[in-house]
Each structure stands twice: as C-alpha cells, then as structure tokens.
Design a protein around this ligand. Structure first.
Ligand code: FES
Ligand SMILES: [Fe+2]
Length: 396
C-alpha cells in the first residue's frame, strides 16, 4: 500500500486534508507523475510561437517539455529529454532555432522532433526509431495545453462548450504584456487550494477586495449580477456558465461575475487599463473566472486577461506564475501603462505568497488537525474530487 492509500482514511469530505498531503515526499512524487500524465497543463500561448523555429520550454517538477513551431506541421510538443542518454536537450526558456542539438553528444533533432543526425552509431541504427517523445497538445483560443500520458482526460467536448463564451474576447489575438514569478516555500497543493477559494480575499487582499464582489457571496446577490447581465449584453460580452467535474474528463469552470460599482476592470481606480479585447464594444464591469483543467486558471476582464499556474519545483517549493495578456496590437506607453496594468495582481500575488507560506508553516506542525471547509471554499472540495480521480490508481 502506498502513501496516499495509507493516508486516505484520514481524509474526511468537507474538511481540509491531513498534514502528510503536503509533507510526504512519496505523495509529492506520485502527484507530479499523475498530473503530468493525466491532466492538461497550460504551457504557453501561440503568440510566443509566431515564426517557424520559435520554441518555448516549460518545466513541471522534474519534467520538461519543448513546444516548437515547425515550418509545415504547426506547433508540436516534445519531452525535453534526449533519446541517447537522457540529457536535458533544450536549456533555454524560449528562442528561435533551426534544430535542437543535444549539449552532451550532439544528437540533433528537427523541429518536428525527428532525429536528424547522430554520429558513429554503427550499422543497423535507424534514426527513425529515436525521435523525441511527443505529448498531446491542444490549442484553445491561442492557449496551449499539453498532456504527457497515453490517455489524456477528455477535453474536446468541454472546450466546444466553452468556446462561444470565450470567442468574443479573441484570446488568440492577444500577447503577453508581462510575466512574473512568485516563488513560495510551500507545497503546490497549498498554492492551488489558496487560488480555489475567495474565503481569504476579504481578510487578505485589501486591493482586490475593493473591486471584486466575489470576496463576499452577499454582494454577488445584491442586484449587481442583474446589472452585469444587462451591461454584458450591451458590450457584447458573453454571459453563461460552464461547470464540468466528471471523472475521466478535464475539469472546466467558467463564470462571469460583477466588479463593484465604478470599476470597469481590475484597476486601482476602476478606470480602463488597455484597449478592449476582441470584438467587445464596451466595458461591462465584469470578470470571467475560467478554469481549463484543474491546474490552469484565467481571469478575463474586458481589456486584459491574467493567467495563473502553480508550478511545483520541490516538495515544499512552488513557483506561482502570473501572466498578463493584452490585445496583440496594444503598445505599452501608448495604449496602456505597464505599472497600472500589473498593479493589482502584483499586490495580490505578494499577499498570496505570504499567506500560502504561513499556511505551510502551520501545516508542518504535527499538531495540525484538519478543520471544516467554509461554504465559500467549494472550489477546494472540487480540487479534492479532481485529485482523487487523477490519483485513482494510487488510491485504489
Ligand atoms: S545524451 Fe544527448 S546526445 Fe548523448
Ligand atoms: Fe488570494
């Protein structure tokens, strides 16, 4: 019986998880393996791969993937591991190249992952047998997701349902305005659990709580939702919700919720920050929470989008990565102010780093006894359900 199976008796639905969930090296290792093989992970955006030869890499625990645009066959995703003796192949985070050449013995791969050249391998060696291992890849409105396993969770039907609610933002025609990394000395699950609930938003996020009604369910029913409906319709912003949490399928969630009166977007003053996304004709004063696969979260305002991910680097080390997107033709200084654009989620992410760090410190105590979840922490319960389904074999 492995570590998760041993600890599962301690898990009570409706309560926080037990200490070992965040402290056990065995559970950490099986988490990474399971999430890498059985879930979709957001790795980048098509605007990073415009020309043939453009590539990005993305690391997840000990895993690494290369995503590259070929001359003819579009975008592909490959394990960043040489087929000779296993060296990490591509060492840069992004760039443009003709081929990938291994830094160890110089095996050289095409942008399609095929092995082009390997020296002194003798007769009977067929390069066709040693192409890079590929991963499943999906491009949804420009956002790129990969899954390494042979049988990825079903996602296409879910994306079909999401598409009409996302298409008017034209996310394929955005670009990255800023990326920031907030390293936190905590297990990745505490980082993602923190993102899954807004119970902490009132007490912990002064700036965010001023503008986002989601901090308190009472505000969400105070007529704000009806007003948002009307404004969204007028501005061409889609309304509607998607929730999918089926075993064997990627978890999906989408909902637009109102900002407080006077806020057009997630800005310090409430004033617009950047040109309207896509084909929107105005600001509706809302924000769309979108989750595609449990690990990948996005927040879409009328004029910009934020993407978040929580990348495990060690048992109690996680990189919180925050990515700001604006319309592809928007220019810093002319169409938006970089400092104004990033102000809210920089401040909010610093808060999150602090509270997640303290959470891990407390959970590391042998006297931590998991307490009951609030009604506002329904997202954590959804994460636990997803976790149990992704880790099903380990738990059985
Ligand atoms: S490990 Fe890559 S060429 Fe030897
Ligand atoms: Fe937060």
């Amino acid at each position: 019986m492995n570590a998760i199976a041993k600890l599962r008796p301690g898990y009570r639905p409706g309560y926080a998880h037990v200490r070992e969930f965040y402290t056990s090296p065995d559970i950490y290792e099986s988490d990474i393996r399971d999430y890498w093989n059985r879930s979709w992970i957001w790795v980048g955006h098509q605007s990073q791969l415009k020309k043939p030869g453009d590539f990005i890499t993305f690391d997840y625990g000990p895993e690494s993937v290369i995503i590259a645009r070929d001359r003819d066959s579009g975008i592909g995703a490959f394990q960043n591991v040489c087929r000779h003796r296993g060296s990490r192949l591509c060492l840069e985070a992004s760039g443009n190249t003709r081929v990938f050449s291994c830094p160890y013995h110089a095996w050289t791969y095409e942008l399609t992952g095929q092995l082009r050249r390997a020296r002194e391998m003798g007769e009977g060696f067929d390069p066709a047998d040693y192409g890079l291992l590929s991963l499943h890849l999906r491009n949804f409105e420009g956002l790129l997701f990969v899954c390494a396993g042979d049988e990825p969770p079903e996602i296409d039907e879910g994306l079909r349902r999401l598409r009409p609610l996302v298409a008017p933002f034209d996310l394929g025609k955005t670009r990255i305005a800023h990326t920031a990394t907030y390293p936190v000395p905590a297990n990745w699950k505490l980082a993602i659990e923190n993102y899954m609930e807004c119970y902490h938003c009132g007490p912990a996020h002064l700036e965010f709580a001023r503008s986002h009604s989601i901090k308190d369910p009472a505000h969400m029913n105070a007529g704000l939702v009806d007003k948002l409906e009307a404004r969204s319709r007028a501005a061409g912003v889609p309304t509607g919700e998607v929730t999918r949490n089926d075993p064997g399928a990627a978890t999906l969630f989408l909902r637009r919720y109102p900002l407080f009166e006077g806020y057009d977007t997630g800005s310090r003053t409430g004033a617009p920050l950047a040109p309207l996304l896509g084909g929107l004709s105005g600001f509706d004063g809302g924000a769309t929470d979108m989750q595609i696969g449990i690990l990948n979260n996005f927040l879409i305002y009328a004029d910009h989008m934020i993407g978040y991910r929580f990348v495990p680097t060690a048992l109690q080390e996680t990189r919180i990565e925050v990515v700001w997107f604006v319309r592809e033709d928007a220019e810093a200084g002319r169409d938006y102010d970089h400092g104004d654009l990033t102000w809210l989620w920089h401040a909010t992410s610093l808060d999150d780093e602090r509270i997640i760090r303290h959470n891990q410190q407390g959970v590391n105590s042998h006297h931590f006894v998991p307490g009951p979840l609030s009604e506002m922490e329904w997202g954590i319960a959804a994460f636990y359900d997803d976790y149990l389904s992704v880790s099903a074999d380990q738990i059985r």
